[in-house]
Design a protein around this ligand. Structure first.
Ligand SMILES: Nc1nc2c(c(=O)[nH]1)N[C@H]1C(S)=C(S)[C@@H](COP(=O)(O)OP(=O)(O)OC[C@H]3O[C@@H](n4cnc5c(N)ncnc54)[C@H](O)[C@@H]3O)O[C@H]1N2
Ligand code: MOO
Length: 448
């Protein structure tokens, strides 16, 4: 086995970014200071993902962005950077679990005139044989021994309260019944959730209940999107060799679903100078470009990266579609993902490079890998991985047609992308799938 084959054979987890960089530097196509050759060696697909995931950990950094205090209303989808520790006991006072009466001692009870509602201040202690009307969530008066639910009590013609046969056991109220004691759920200082927990709607509710107004969380990485191509139209029908820009509408919401805050979406003219100016003016954590990655006359991404002295971490990936995709690091430690212009190739680059990069920056958990059998066989590329749109039907994945690099018809109907290994997959073959963000989360959940 050659040293390169041995490297390619390594588990993706073992591949160090610096090692990968060294690999890229050794090859003419991968350096930033020598002219690029269109047939340079590309990175294996799993290695490209591993490099993108580890790229932000360069130079002893933790990888994720510096945590900030975020108001609860803006924290959905972020990751906790500090444990959620209770700032109060929960419940914070002894509470009635039911509408009914707070009672003291065994019945029957005389009933106080004025009841106790939720949110009201403390009431005077009950004396033995006394009861008071109480609402769910109201503070229990001192010396209460139980709460009698309204459906388990009745008052006689003298106004005295009795337990009815409907109570379980009949005519009985047990000590402590339907009282939620202070601290039942947690004590002040208890850890409720660890660092790394994704902020979901119930986490927001838990945080509010535990006394928080802001959460310490990893912010969304800021992403600028630069769409290259003089042939692109922003509206209307294609005409005179001009086509509609499909990536301007597709990428920003997809990037948001991957955890980014999209700070700019700009169409850039097909000149190296325009791209250079856009990249150098950006202060986003991640710049995503589309188009201009190949070796055509107006493919300006490589020259612009050379000009700003960026390091190419990935320069071409053994994946179809999308093989000209690239990942670079600027001198100030920010990242640029170059997506190919063909729309499905751009989606491939988004999931291969942008997803793991953003995941590390945002400290999001990695999705659990899973497989399903393919309903139909899929022809493979001889050397490269293929990403093929599939629809999920029961426990099988149905490969979709219209999966060419320039097509969106397949992915627009898809639930996932099948990772088809070099050589292809047989009908029924268990195949790893990459879920699309809205498949598992629901469209409202992921586009926050
Ligand atoms: N000589 C070679 N030519 C090409 C190679 C190669 O290796 N050698 N690779 C091919 C592959 S594979 C792909 S993918 C594309 C990548 O091209 P670029 O990233 O340089 O992108 P463009 O040339 O700018 O555009 C390609 C294609 O996509 C259309 N496009 C671009 N942007 C958009 C958009 N926002 N919305 C819709 N369509 C878009 C563009 O009009 C072109 O048709 O290169 C191959 N060529
Ligand atoms: O990467 Mo290209 O999309 O294979 O055509």
């Amino acid at each position: 086995m050659t040293p390169r084959a041995a490297r390619a054979d390594k588990n993706a987890d073992d591949l160090d970014v610096e090692e990968a960089l060294a690999l890229v530097r050794k090859h003419p196509g991968g350096t930033t200071d020598t002219p690029r050759h269109p047939h340079h060696d590309a990175t294996a697909w799993p290695d490209a993902r591993a490099i993108a995931e580890r790229a932000p950990r360069h130079g002893g950094r933790t990888g994720c962005l510096t945590p900030v205090a975020v108001p609860l209303a803006s924290a959905l989808g972020l990751t906790l950077a500090a444990p959620l520790t209770a700032l109060t006991d929960l419940p914070s006072f002894d509470t009635s679990a039911m509408d009914g009466w707070a009672v003291s001692g065994p019945g029957p009870w005389s009933v106080r005139d004025e009841g106790v509602l939720a949110g009201h201040t403390a009431h005077a202690p009950l004396t033995d044989g006394e009861a008071v009307r109480i609402a769910t969530g109201a503070r229990i008066p001192p010396d209460t021994t139980a709460v009698l639910r309204s459906e388990h009590g009745r008052t006689d013609d003298k106004g005295r309260l009795h337990v009815t046969a409907a109570a379980r056991p009949p005519h009985t109220v047990t000590h402590g019944q339907d009282i939620r004691p202070r601290g039942q759920e947690c004590r002040s200082g208890d850890q409720l959730l660890p660092v790394g927990t994704p902020v979901t709607p119930p986490v927001l509710g838990m945080a509010a209940a535990a006394g928080y107004d802001t959460l310490t969380a990893v912010p969304r990485p800021r992403a600028d999107v630069f769409v290259l191509g003089d042939e692109l139209l922003g509206e209307g029908l294609p005409h005179d060799g001009l086509i509609r820009d499909a990536l301007g509408p597709l990428l920003p919401p997809w990037l948001r679903a991957l955890g980014a805050e999209v700070t700019a979406v700009r169409r850039i003219g097909d000149t190296e100078q325009a791209l250079y100016e856009a990249i150098t003016a950006s202060d986003a954590d991640v710049v995503v470009t589309t188009g201009g990655t190949a070796a055509g006359p107006v493919d300006h991404v490589h020259p612009a990266l050379r000009r700003i002295g960026a390091e190419l971490l990935v320069d071409g990936v053994k994946v179809r579609p999308g093989h000209p995709m690239l990942l670079a690091r600027t001198q100030d430690g920010r990242h640029l993902v170059g997506l190919p212009g063909n729309p499905l190739a751009a989606v491939s680059g988004l999931l291969t490079l942008a997803e793991p990069l953003l995941r590390t920056l945002a400290a999001r958990p990695a999705p659990e890998p899973y497989t399903l059998p393919l309903r139909d066989g899929v022809q493979g590329h001889p050397h490269d991985t293929r990403l093929v749109p599939v629809a999920l039907h029961g426990d099988r994945a149905l490969p979709l047609l219209y999966n060419g690099p320039a097509m969106l018809r397949g992915i627009a109907a898809a639930d996932a992308l099948a990772i088809v290994p070099p050589g292809g997959a047989r009908p029924g073959q268990e195949t790893e799938l990459l879920d699309l963000p809205w498949t598992s989360g629901g469209i409202g959940v992921c586009f926050t």
